[in-house]
Design a binder for this molecule. Structure first.
Ligand code: CA
Length: 240
């Protein structure tokens, strides 16, 4: 299923790069390696990989600048893997267009799990080939044409802002959206006080999406960073 996806690993630390290469090898993923930002840009423009795993601190440029460049021509999934654990660094990378982030030291299992999410997002966007009018994620269904959302077949009563929020999250399933990104998309111009409103709206929305006490929530909160819509496998995938 994933054998065709080509993964670009951008990492200047040789030991980490080798670990990642061996991991890709054992999983049967196709991959290429870059140790600097300029090598990465050459790989990106000549071989057009499908997914990029990107270190932020590179000897010749900042990883964030690579994301900004790539986003001018590609929507490819980008997973940031960095030793920088400050929220501000994660937010900057996500705002620049990264999909996800992993803090070093990371576990190989965690890396592979994030990669699977990115691959699913890649396949979903390839399969859709444009705008689909119905979104389905486990027991959640959104009919974009009708402007309605359903949980287990029953309509969820959402305010206009809650509906906009759920659509924005759904269209970016698997991707971490920062507070700033969400505020800009939903409210356009925003002030610091809108951050509080966002939190209230998200709390209301999450409550309306609750299916049961043991069910995995649809919306994951990243404290200090933002939110992500999780892909729910109709009860087939165990939560780790
Ligand atoms: Ca580095």
């Amino acid at each position: 299923m994933n054998s065709k996806a080509a993964i670009l690993i951008v990492e200047d630390d040789a030991a980490v790069r080798n670990l990642m290469a061996v991991t890709m090898e054992t999983q049967g993923y196709q991959y290429s390696l870059a140790g600097t930002g300029s090598e990465a840009l050459i790989e990106l423009t000549t071989h057009r990989p499908d997914i990029m795993l990107l270190d932020l601190g590179l000897p010749d440029m900042e990883g964030v600048d690579i994301i900004r460049k790539v986003r001018t021509w590609s929507a490819m999934p980008v997973i940031v893997i960095s030793a920088r654990s400050e929220d501000a660094d994660k937010v900057e990378a996500l705002d620049a267009g990264a999909d996800d982030y992993l803090t070093k030291p990371f576990s190989v299992d965690e890396l592979l799990a994030r990669l699977r999410v990115a691959l699913r997002r890649l396949h979903a966007s390839n399969a859709a080939g444009g705008e689909s009018s119905v979104y389905e994620n486990g027991s959640l269904r959104i009919d974009y044409a009708a402007g309605c959302a359903y949980l287990n077949g029953s309509e969820i009563h959402l305010t206009p802002i809650e509906y906009k929020l759920i659509c924005l999250l759904a269209k970016n399933t698997g991707k971490v959206l920062t507070h700033n990104y969400i505020l800009k998309e939903i409210w356009g111009n925003f002030t610091a006080s809108d951050m509080g409103s966002l939190r209230v709206f998200m709390a209301m929305l999450r409550k309306k999406l609750q299916t049961g006490s043991d069910a995995q929530p649809f919306i994951q909160t990243h404290i200090g960073i933002g939110y992500r819509m999780l892909k729910t496998e109709k009860g087939t995938e165990e939560t780790p």
